[in-house]
Each structure stands twice: as structure tokens, then as C-alpha cells.
Design a protein around this ligand. Structure first.
Ligand SMILES: [Ca+2]
Ligand SMILES: [Ca+2]
Length: 193
């Protein structure tokens, strides 16, 4: 691990990030500077992450969703996000490449990180997604997706799996790419004001 107190990014992390993301050296250094300012310890805690996330969803309860996103970004499972995990997360979620976003979505839904998604994990994430949706907007949802359970059932049905079966990453990505409704149901995009 790099030295968290040093102000310059380590060469090793920089090279690593240039290889694993589309970001330029300048962008990475700029983000590093911001990251250091906002997070002098060099580590984002689940609580800090929750706070950041909540700002994006002022009208909703983003806590459980933030917890799942945090878990999916914490690739080394140490309970904090370091700069590298943060940048890779940024890369995956902002990437124009759909498969990359879906690889991330898979890790978000794979709550116990066992490499498969089962129906109860889909329910859990649908519950978290639902809390992001402002009440007014929930009222406008179609009848077959206006509760977390219905949303989960509808989504699960697209994958053509029995309730006790599980989904591998490739099946998940393929299923979502081939179905725009599934694509819509795995996420929540706030309506533009
Ligand atoms: Ca970590
Ligand atoms: Ca799992």
C-alpha cells in the first residue's frame, strides 16, 4: 500500500490506473489532489461514502443503496475505499462501455460476492433501489413494478431462471444487454428536474 500521507500519487498506482482505466495521467493526478483534500486519511469509510451518496438523492433514502455500492467498490474487502478503488469505481460507473457498467452492476447484485446472483439478492438490491425513488415518482410506476418485490419478480423473470436457480456473470450481462426493460430495472436514474 502507498503512503497515505504523501501528497503525490505513487508511480506504481498511477501506472496501474492508466492501464486499467481510460483516464489520462493528468486526470488521475487531478482526482488524486481532490481525493486528498476531501479525504486526508486516504481512505473513504462507509459512513463518508454514505454521506456523499445521500447528497445525490436528497429526497430519498440512499443509505442501503450506498452500502451496496460501497461493498461493490471495496474490491479488497477491507471495509474502506482507497484511491485506486475509488478511481476504478469511477471508471466502471462512468464508462461509456456498457459491458463494463454491467460488470459493475453484476458485482452490485452479487451481495455475498460468491460469483452468482440469486433471486434473494435481486430482491435485496431492488429494495435498495426502491428507496432511491422519491415517493411522488413511486406513485407513477407501472402496476407490475410499483413495489420492490414486483420489481424483483419482473426483473428475475427476464433471465428465465427458476426461483431457486442462480445467474452467472455472463448470463446476467447477456440478459440485460438483450432487454432494455431489464436494463432499466437494474438501476435508478433520477428524473431530470
Ligand atoms: Ca478497500
Ligand atoms: Ca451471490
Amino acid at each position: 500500500m502507498g503512503n497515505a500521507t504523501s501528497s503525490a500519487i505513487s508511480k506504481e498506482i498511477l501506472e496501474d490506473l492508466k492501464l486499467s482505466t481510460k483516464f489520462t495521467e493528468m486526470e488521475i493526478c487531478q482526482w488524486y489532489e481532490n481525493f486528498q483534500k476531501q479525504c486526508p486519511t486516504g481512505r473513504i469509510s462507509p459512513g463518508e461514502f454514505e454521506e456523499i451518496y445521500t447528497r445525490f438523492f436528497p429526497e430519498a433514502d440512499a443509505k442501503s443503496y450506498a452500502r451496496h455500492v460501497f461493498r461493490s467498490f471495496d474490491t479488497n474487502d477491507d471495509g474502506t475505499l482507497d484511491f485506486k478503488e475509488y478511481i476504478i469505481a469511477l471508471h466502471m460507473t462512468s464508462s461509456g462501455k456498457t459491458t463494463r457498467k454491467l460488470e459493475w452492476a453484476f458485482s452490485l447484485f452479487d451481495v455475498d460476492k460468491n460469483g452468482y446472483i440469486n433471486k434473494s439478492e435481486v430482491k435485496e438490491i431492488c429494495q435498495a433501489i426502491f428507496k432511491l425513488i422519491p415517493e411522488e415518482e413511486q406513485k407513477m410506476l407501472p402496476g407490475d413494478e410499483n413495489t420492490p418485490e414486483k420489481r424483483a419478480n419482473k426483473l428475475w423473470a427476464y433471465f428465465d431462471k427458476k426461483d431457486n436457480e442462480r445467474l452467472a456473470e455472463g448470463e446476467f450481462i447477456k440478459g440485460v444487454i438483450e432487454n432494455e426493460n431489464a436494463m432499466r430495472l437494474i438501476q435508478y436514474e433520477p428524473l431530470k428536474q
